[in-house]
Design a binder for this molecule. Structure first.
Ligand SMILES: Nc1nc2c(ncn2[C@@H]2O[C@H](COP(=O)(O)OP(=O)(O)O)[C@@H](O)[C@H]2O)c(=O)[nH]1
Ligand SMILES: [Mg+2]
Length: 283
């Protein structure tokens, strides 16, 4: 059969996922071998794992092929891991990510990819009328998520219902154009990404997706909410006329991240400077 689909790279950020990631890697690898008519590579981005996630990933790679990994010993956060993973964009056509727990089934991620023609980024949404939710998030998470959404909308006016769904896919060119502006290492990374894409004029399309909440979440609600709030305030200021004037406050900002036990935001990178591409192991 001729290869007609674009090259696709799927990133899976993973933090202490030994109990959840194995079957997910096998399911994705099998599904895409069977249903995707183009080169497909899955890269797990581990950071600061204190369990045996790396062994589970190695095992899956040996069993299936088409699975590689990047392993960062430092706790660089989900955003930090994705910022590293997205440096692989030059070697592919489409690049996306999903969570390690299988909340997004492979067919649902494939549906996002199928909607890429004519768009620069397609994001899955759990908050549209046609979204299919197997198991919903606990009510406290849903409430926090709606409050967070209202604040994000008030700050950034993006008109996106669900910025936080873990399933997204983008065109390589769009990722490369904004990569230098990605500096949020915690879970507010997605806002940073979407805001920069929209600001640069890229077409971001939100579509209903299929999602099943999984037990074993790595997120502590109180602390994550505070960190995400700090990050979106920071992001709003970065893209305001005042940011230069606030330079003396930057050490306080970093101190707050440390106090919250969260990965600090990344320092600014020079425009036009290309970053070295990380070397994928396995694959
Ligand atoms: N690399 C990396 N991944 C993380 C970190 N924190 C969470 N993740 C990943 O982010 C994804 C979503 O986390 P999860 O616990 O499922 O969140 P929830 O379903 O929203 O409660 C999973 O793939 C996690 O392994 C982190 O600090 N580093
Ligand atoms: Mg999850």
């Amino acid at each position: 059969m001729p290869e007609t689909d674009p090259r696709l790279l799927l990133l899976i950020p993973a933090y202490n996922e030994e109990a959840r990631i194995g079957p997910v890697l096998l399911a994705y690898s099998r599904y895409f071998k069977e249903h995707y008519r183009g080169p497909f590579l899955l890269v797990v981005v581990l950071n600061g794992c204190r369990d045996g996630t790396i062994h589970v990933v190695r095992q899956a790679a040996a069993t299936c092929g088409g699975i590689g990994w990047l392993d960062f010993p430092a706790p660089i956060g989900k955003g930090g891991a994705l910022i590293e993973g997205l440096k692989l964009a030059p070697g592919t056509d489409l690049i996306g990510y999903v969570d390690a727990d299988g909340a997004t089934p492979p067919s649902a991620f494939h549906d996002l990819v199928k909607q890429m023609p004519g768009n620069d980024c397609v994001i899955g949404s759990r908050w549209m009328p046609e979204s299919k939710l197997g198991e919903e998030q606990p009510w406290k998470r849903r409430l926090a998520s709606r409050i967070f959404h209202a604040i994000v909308e008030g700050f950034f006016w993006m008109g996106i219902q669900d910025t936080q769904c873990g399933a997204k896919v983008m065109r390589r060119e769009a990722v490369q154009a904004i990569h230098n502006d990605l500096r949020t290492a915690d879970l507010a990374f997605d806002i940073n990404l979407l805001y920069c894409l929209k600001r640069a004029g890229f077409r971001v399309r939100e579509v209903p997706t299929e999602w099943t909440d999984q037990i074993g979440s790595k997120i502590t609600l109180g602390r994550s909410s505070l960190t995400m709030f700090l990050s979106i305030v920071r992001l709003r200021l970065v893209y305001s006329p005042f940011y230069r004037m606030l330079a003396p406050l930057r050490p306080i900002e970093q101190w707050l991240y440390v106090k919250l036990g969260a990965p600090p935001s990344l320092p600014p990178r020079a425009a036009g400077k290309t970053e070295p591409i990380p070397r994928v192991e396995g694959g």
